[in-house]
Design a protein around this ligand. Structure first.
Ligand code: ADP
Length: 691
């Protein structure tokens, strides 16, 4: 009896406690500022607090006992009345019965959903809700308990932010296209200024006049490079820098860049070297124009800041995968160097090492910034190390795809194998590099760093009757120079060993070379293949008895073959603008090319169709009234003239033009203002060295 009493009492007490907790809980739900709802297992609303009613704007009796979907977005702003269809959670629709929803409604776990309610005025209210499920709840018994947070204000701020970001982007875009258009407009008249200054420099001028014109030319070029820099910079800023994917030979590109920089060190005691890693694949896929741009900038800086010693471009593989390589290019110089605390800031826009250097060396401080952006967009990076007063090394890495295209064979000519060669070069880096190239071709190489050493080596070879097959001599060497050395060798040896002058082009003097007894001349640096081919040619001109076969020895240069071809080349020049026409015409005829002019697209088509065999190449302006350059090219290609190289001349440096040129069937393009070196380079590429 007593026990029963006890149990009853305990039950009563527990019930009273439970009631108390329930009351507190209900009080909490009613008074809290967060909207709260409780639904049963079919999503019928069992209870909703005042905050929820306030949020959706319905009275309690229109909410309780209704399906939650009446008040929330279920499918594209409408709602389905049957539970078990689609629910909208975290910006996606789910089938209520699907596994995903089971996952999203796992019992006992607090889920955080993003969803939307719709109030009485059909205003959509974005919310996040913490929701917990208990599946013990059945029909009409609590199953889901949700605490809701109205995030309308937060969302408004987000939207305002997105809008202002879009507006800023639009403004930025407008700025970039303004810059791009402006630079285009400025480039066009620059065409005339720089081109005619070039022409003027070739006429008779007294020294004062020549000085003025040279200053105009230099200022024009500085302005142009500034415009190009700004154009690139704005393109990168606007995310508009375009990258092509083209198969190309990276070794050729490296030597090209060296050749281009050569004139800048012509009056300094600086040697330009180029070293290519043995494992570098012959052909790669990337954007050669961009890589070239970066290398020209780095090597150009090296040339600018170095007064003696050497500048060296070397290419190697940093890492290799099945289909890609990470290229590591280094540009080393022995110039003024860069203080350690400036090594990073020089890669930021408009930063130069010091105001004092700016005045002396010029430049905009944009170059390295653009290089860094380009290298990063190409999956690599750029950085520098330096010792002030001793020189700097700039490193560039870039991801390149391997090419499946014709893997160019870099096999050295067989005839060179086991031939004995003597190299004399006072620059030991250069000596080592040439030695490496020739040894890789199977030659037996003796290297000497002084003329005296070379003469001793020859005497020793004469004594053992084991004379060299060919000698390669640097020209500028301290003490006895290359000319003198060549003369001595000729006196020493009865046998006419072929002598090759391999030297920085600054000291090329054909007469002196021939007088001294040289048979060939190559500028330094020249590509491995060019060097090997030259040696092969000189060796083949020596007959069995060691006599040079030619009666009148003529110096073989890299241009020997080209010069003959030049005068037989005929160009069809299509240009409507009289200033540009005059410039291009003078430039080409002066250089010895045959030129026919078409004043517009139709005329070009007529002229070419009548005598297609007469022309070797077409240089085509893009912007012409009526039939523009693109359409003219298309018509020519459609008529079946697929072989003739067509090169566009465009003042439009904006994105997409180059693709357009290639897509209508042009082979290449040059941008205006047309520069003589570039025009000649293209003519060489597409006509002279076609095979
Ligand atoms: P700029 O057009 O002024 O040359 P860059 O961005 O190419 O612009 O270079 C920025 C600055 O970095 C240069 O002005 C120079 O002070 C420094 N610099 C770059 N390369 C070298 C180098 N090889 N040796 C010494 N200083 C260099």
């Amino acid at each position: 009896m007593f026990l029963e009493e006890q149990i009853k009492k305990f039950r009563k007490q527990t019930y009273a406690e439970l009631q108390e907790v329930k009351k507190q809980f209900e009080h909490l739900i009613t008074t809290t500022l967060n909207p709260i709802i409780i639904t049963d297992d079919q999503a019928w609303i069992i209870n909703a607090n005042k905050a929820f009613l306030d949020m959706i704007g319905y009275p309690e009796d229109e909410v309780k006992g209704k399906l939650i979907y009446k008040f929330s977005i279920v499918e594209k702003g409408t709602y389905k009345t049957t539970a078990g269809e689609l629910v909208y959670i975290n910006d996606k629709f789910f089938e209520y019965t699907s596994e995903k929803v089971s996952e999203l409604t796992r019992e006992g776990k607090v889920h955080n959903w993003k969803t939307y309610y719709i109030n009485k005025n059909r205003v959509i209210i974005p919310v996040t809700q913490d929701i917990i499920f208990s599946f013990k709840g059945t029909r009409k018994r609590p199953c889901a308990f949700a605490i809701i947070q109205n995030i309308t204000e937060q969302r408004k701020t987000e939207i305002a932010l997105i809008k202002s970001k879009e507006a800023a982007e639009q403004a930025n875009q407008a700025k970039s296209s303004f810059l791009a258009n402006m630079s285009h407009e400025i480039r066009t008249p620059m065409n005339g200024i720089i081109g005619f200054t070039d022409m003027l420099l070739e006429t008779e001028l007294d020294s004062e006049q020549a000085d003025y014109v040279t200053t105009i030319k230099q200022s024009g070029e500085a302005l142009l490079s500034l415009i190009n820099g700004i154009l690139d910079f704005s393109k990168i800023e606007a995310g508009k820098m375009d990258f092509k994917e083209i198969d190309f030979d990276i070794e050729v590109l490296a030597y090209d860049v060296c050749k281009l920089i050569q004139p800048r060190i012509i009056n300094k005691n600086v040697e330009c070297l180029c070293r290519i890693g043995d494992n570098l694949p012959a052909m790669v896929i990337s954007d050669p124009y961009r890589i070239r741009q970066v290398l020209i900038n780095l090597l150009g800086n090296a040339a600018k800041f170095t007064d003696h010693g050497e500048i060296e471009l070397s290419l190697d593989i940093e890492a290799e995968w099945d289909d890609r390589i990470l290229l590591h290019a280094k540009v080393r110089d022995t110039g003024i160097g860069i203080p350690t605390d400036k090594l990073d800031s020089i890669f930021r826009a408009f930063q130069q090492v010091g105001a004092s250097t700016t005045g002396k060396y010029g430049g905009s401080g944009l170059g390295l910034t653009i290089c860094r952006q380009i290298s990063r967009l190409m999956g690599g990076n750029i950085w520098a190390e330096s010792e002030p007063g001793r020189g700097s090394i700039f490193h560039l890495t870039s991801l390149l795809k391997k090419s499946n295209e014709r893997q160019v064979k870099r096999f050295p000519p067989v005839s060179l194998s086991r031939k004995k060669v003597l190299i004399t070069d006072d620059n030991t880096t250069s000596l080592e590099m040439i030695k490496h190239i020739l040894e890789s071709a199977g030659m037996f190489v003796t290297g000497r760093s002084t003329s005296e050493g070379a003469l001793k080596a020859i005497e020793a070879a004469l004594n053992t009757k084991n004379l060299f097959d060919i000698c390669i001599l640097d020209i500028l060497m301290p003490g006895m120079d290359g000319y003198e050395l060549a003369k001595r060798i000729r006196l020493l040896c009865e046998k006419q060993i072929p002598l090759l002058a391999f030297s920085s082009s600054a000291d090329r003097n054909a007469n002196l070379c021939e007088e001294a007894g040289f048979n060939g001349f190559l500028p330094k640096p020249s590509s491995r293949m060019k060097l090997l081919k030259m040696i092969e040619r000189l060796l083949s001109e020596t007959n069995e008895k060691g006599q040079l076969e030619k009666k009148e020895p003529k110096l073989v240069t890299q241009y020997s073959i080209r010069e003959d071809v030049k005068h037989t080349i005929s160009i069809l020049l299509v240009e409507d603008n009289p200033v540009n026409l005059k410039l291009a015409l003078k430039l080409l005829t002066k250089a010895g090319y045959g030129v026919a002019v078409a004043g517009n697209g139709q005329e070009a088509i007529d002229m070419f169709s009548t005598e297609p065999k007469k022309y070797d190449i077409i240089l085509m302006d893009i912007q012409m009234p009526k039939l523009n350059g693109f359409d003219t090219t298309k018509i020519l290609r459609d008529k079946g003239f697929t072989q003739i190289p067509i090169i566009a001349m465009t003042a439009n440096a904006m994105q997409g033009v180059s693709e357009k040129c290639l897509s209508v069937g042009m082979n290449d393009y040059i941008s205006k203002p047309i520069k003589r070196e570039i025009v000649f380079e293209k003519l060489r590429e597409y006509v002279v060295e076609k095979e």
